[in-house]
Design a protein around this ligand. Structure first.
Ligand code: BES
Ligand code: ZN
Ligand code: ZN
Length: 498
């Protein structure tokens, strides 16, 4: 943690705490000069001519004002142009950057004047989403993973005062985002933890101890139970590691009658060396994060229970390490999965789809209304669309629409790939029911088609390939330093809008 954050709702009245920062947004318009003058005048401050001219200049959008006479000690003025470059992620990204920048600045409080919703209504469906984006930005910017650093500092308290007229909407947005972002942080902690510590058993242990606090039931199938259930796909892939595989299942039931029963499945590869089809070192570097889909699903369960969402949820995370050893599974092997379908192994680095075969079959057996899986499944997906979105693969237009909308609202965006059955032809095997490797082209789609073999065709299902956005990347202030926890905000939003 950077700061011990406290976010408080206050109305429009500005009464400043000592050592405080004021954050004020100005929407660019013809009247900007007057609005800026009036604002500084109202605080008893005056801008110098040069400060004002620089701020009004087309090329500039920021003014940092240091007060000589009192509070606020600092004013961050930000000019916003509502044009084609503006996005609903603006405030999330801004506050993530701001919160990080306040470290070691001796600031005790931040006062934020929320801009008028009327100016921004083309970008946010409602006021809650505007407020939410700001609050999430503060939480995201405050995330650190510094537990292994010797020189880390004790977190200091930082108060955020959010000034907004509608206190009811504001207070519930604050409460909601506190719970949601605590779940995102939990998922991020799991992903950022290196695999030397976060073995499959450790993932199960942390999941159990955190989620049971919220009333989620957690069961873990150990190796013996996996054998009993003929989950040979999970056993084969996890077989070479000294750290045994397991299957983590979670169940959340709301206190009132559930609207729907949804199964969430997450890839839980705690480390992906590639197995005998070994990866080069450079590709292995990020592979502690190959359980990001699992962590996201676990995070969703925590958030759903904390927020008391009115849906029944089943979550399934096959947890393994893809390693090399005397008991490695091998290219050329044929594995008979729990569903009875056999898999020809052509590449042991395409391991995620193999373990998900057993997990998706198990999910189908629970007879949910819908199944959604999240997996860092293919580099090919990231090659196709980069790190700023996840791939969406489904035959169900309705589910696609709902998920894409949730993605646009949360800025955990989804891009739908073609998912025609022609791609299924490409993973046929002569000696087994399906091959775990398709041709070079279309690798993200054939991986999705492989998964489809193991899902009950009567249940609407969507597969999200999060290989790009789950892993740290430079596109936003809140994705730069640490693996991202992608998917928690997205799926929670989807569930809330069912
Ligand atoms: N875990 C990887 C996919 C991945 C790559 C995730 C980069 C995050 C960042 C997956 O298990 C894998 O190795 N996929 C192979 C599939 C190939 C062998 C068909 C890939 O993408 O190269
Ligand atoms: Zn792999
Ligand atoms: Zn993998």
């Amino acid at each position: 943690m950077n700061f011990n954050l406290k976010i408080l709702a206050v109305n429009d009245e500005l009464i400043f705490k000592p050592d405080s920062v004021l954050v004020k947004f100005f929407i660019d318009s013809d009247k900007l000069e007057k609005v800026v003058d009036d604002f500084f005048y109202s605080l008893g401050f005056g801008l110098s001519k040069i400060q004002k001219r620089n701020f009004l200049d087309k090329k500039s959008d920021e003014l940092v004002y240091y007060s000589q006479i009192g509070e606020p000690a600092l004013i961050f003025s930000k000019k916003i142009k509502i044009d084609k470059d503006f996005s609903s992620d603006f405030f999330r990204n801004y506050f993530a950057g701001l919160t990080q920048s306040l470290k070691k600045k001796n600031i005790k409080a931040v006062h934020v004047i929320v801009p008028s919703f009327t100016d921004l209504k083309n970008y946010f469906e409602n006021e809650t989403l505007l407020l939410q984006s700001m609050l999430e930005g503060i939480h995201l910017g405050n995330y650190t993973f510094d537990k292994y650093k010797a020189d880390k500092e004790k977190p200091e308290e930082l108060l955020f005062f959010i000034h907004y007229t509608d206190q009811k909407i504001l207070k519930s947005a604050i409460e909601h985002s506190n719970k949601l972002m605590s779940a995102v942080n939990f998922a991020r902690d799991l992903v950022n933890e290196p695999s030397i510590t976060l073995t499959p058993a450790e993932l199960a242990k942390r999941t159990k101890s955190e989620l049971t606090k919220f009333g989620v039931k957690v069961s873990v199938f150990d190796k013996k139970e996996l054998k009993r259930r003929k989950m040979n796909a999970i056993l084969a892939v996890g077989g070479a590691s000294d750290n045994s595989p397991c299957l983590i299942t979670m169940h959340y039931e709301p206190s009132s009658k559930a609207k729907m029963k949804i199964a969430l499945v997450g890839k839980g590869v705690c480390y992906d060396s590639g197995g005998l089809s070994i990866k080069p070192t450079s590709s292995m570097l990020e592979m502690k994060a190959d359980m990001s889909g699992g962590a996201a699903v676990i995070g969703v369960m925590k958030a759903a229970a904390a927020l008391k969402l009115p849906v029944e949820l089943i979550a399934i995370v096959p947890a393994i390490e893809n390693m090399i050893g005397g008991s490695s599974y091998k290219p050329g092997d044929i594995i008979v999965s729990a569903s009875g379908k056999s898999i020809e192994v052509k590449d042991t680095d395409a391991e995620g789809r193999i373990i998900l075969a057993d997990a998706l079959h198990y999910a189908s057996q629970q007879k949910p209304d819908k199944i959604i899986d999240l997996a860092t499944l293919t580099g090919a997906c990231a090659v196709a669309i980069g790190e700023i979105a996840a791939g969406l693969f489904t035959q169900d237009d309705n589910l696609a629409k709902e998920l894409i909308n949730a993605g646009n609202r949360t800025y955990e965006r989804l891009w739908r790939f073609p998912f025609w059955n022609d791609y299924k032809e490409m993973i046929k095997s002569e000696i087994a029911d399906v091959s775990n490797l398709g041709p070079r082209w279309g690798g993200a789609i054939t991986a999705g088609k492989f998964l489809e073999h193991f899902v009950d065709g009567k249940i609407p299902w969507a597969h999200l390939d999060i290989a790009g956005p789950a892993i740290k990347h430079k596109s936003r202030n809140y994705t730069e330093k640490y693996d991202t926890g992608f998917g928690v905000r997205l799926i929670v939003d989807y569930l809330m809008n069912l």
